[in-house]
Design a protein around this ligand. Structure first.
Ligand code: FAD
Length: 361
């Protein structure tokens, strides 16, 4: 039996550990805090799961495969992790990300609707459509309970034989296993400086109090603005997240107090796009960080000096949804059934940073 140590129980590490255990590997999962802790990228309350990725079909297909696994996990465990509300993309122009996504969704057989601004108005209790060109609606997309889903992956992995250990593993520890997967999220560059170019960039998200009419409304992305969020989910309120470039942060020591300045930015957006929320109170929020590659493609590659070590990360603000399908891809590569994609390689990145809203910073 092959053995693996996976370092980091965020969604990437927990999914990889579980997948390897399902395939009969002897797996240890090491986590410095707890799986899905709120300092990790996977520890947020909610994350959008969408298939649209512009013209990049690889991620469209990955997200669809992940959706199937998430829904199976929800059914098998009886734990609600998926809200089937769809995701609406507010297109400000004719030839943007939304239009590029249509061809890719079609090629991958993903259902979508292309709505006129007038037809989109009924999607929310209040929606300003005057400046919209169209709305791309993905009815099979959803909003995930991210922290809960990450913890569920880790728990389900344990049920399937993964040993969860607590502590911080570093490269100087040389973990003993046939294969070591460093899935350290925003901590990856600390341990592998020079090998991984990641920007660890602060993001604040806000929840605004709503009435029940906002339940069941689609998640939303405004790619060009850039904002994203969702309606009322599980009593949290409506999420509005400004996706503006954020300051570099240390994920261990950052005090996670919401920025008043960004609250105003979120409120101004709410007042513009969802006028009924203009005076809604802030009822919660979170401060988290992205681990951004320059081109928003993930990182998955072999360490150049340690044959048996692999580096996995660079979720770049859009990794969550893909977790369990990424675990399958990683396991396929470890077992020699697939090759890592060249666009996940270590080293400098250049090219279009287009896989999520506001990809700069
Ligand atoms: C505000 C925000 C909004 C987002 N929105 C979306 C969205 O809508 N949809 C989407 O798909 N994605 C979204 N993302 C991105 C997504 O959440 C991340 O890409 C994903 O969660 C990253 O998972 P990860 O496992 O790579 O990293 P993490 O979740 O950060 O996990 C890394 C784990 O490793 C542990 N660790 C690190 N170093 C060590 C060590 N040396 N030893 C032991 N343990 C260690 C950490 O404690 C942590 O638990 C968003 C991210 C943020 C911050």
């Amino acid at each position: 039996m092959s053995s693996a140590t996976v370092v980091g129980a965020g969604v990437f590490g927990a999914a990889t550990a579980r997948e390897l255990a399902l395939r009969g590997w002897d797996v240890t999962l090491v986590e410095q805090y707890t799986p899905g802790n709120v300092r990790s990228g996977s520890g947020g309350d909610t994350r959008l799961s969408r298939a649209a990725h512009g013209s990049v079909e690889w991620y469209t297909r990955l997200s669809r495969r992940a959706r199937t696994i998430w829904l199976d996990l929800q059914e098998e465990t009886g734990t609600r992790i998926w809200e089937p509300v769809g995701v609406a993309w507010f297109a400000l122009r004719e030839d943007g990300f939304e239009q590029q996504s249509r061809a890719t969704l079609e090629a991958a057989g993903v259902p979508y609707e292309w709505l006129s601004p007038d037809d989109a108005r009924d999607l929310y209790p209040s929606l300003e459509t005057g400046d919209l060109h169209a709305v791309l609606l993905e009815p099979e997309a959803g909003v995930m309970h991210a922290r809960r889903a990450t913890q569920l992956l880790a728990e389900d992995g344990e049920r399937r034989g993964v040993r969860l250990e607590h502590g911080r593993s570093t490269p100087t520890d040389h973990p003993a296993a046939d294969v070591v997967i460093w899935a350290c999220g925003s901590w990856l560059p600390q341990f592998f400086p020079g090998l991984v170019e990641l920007k660890i960039s602060r993001r604040d998200v806000f929840f605004f109090g709503t009435d029940a009419s906002w339940r069941g409304t689609p998640g939303f992305c405004e790619y060009d603005a850039p904002f994203y969020g969702h309606g009322e989910i599980a009593g949290l309120g409506a999420k509005i997240a400004p996706d503006l470039p954020g300051e570099a942060v240390d994920p261990d020591t950052l005090d996670r107090l919401l920025s008043r300045e960004l609250e105003q930015v979120a409120r101004d957006y709410a007042a513009h796009r969802f006028p009924a929320l203009a005076r809604a109170p802030v009822v919660g929020g979170r401060v988290c960080q992205y681990d951004l590659t320059a081109d928003t493609h993930f990182v998955f590659d072999r360490h150049p000096e340690h044959e048996s070590w692999w580096l996995l990360g660079g979720g770049s603000g859009h990794g969550f949804k893909h977790g369990p399908a990424l675990g399958e891809y990683v396991a396929d590569c470890l077992e020699g059934r697939a090759e890592p994609e060249p666009f996940h390689a270590l080293g400098p990145r250049s090219g279009d940073a287009g896989l999520r809203t506001a990809a700069v910073g």
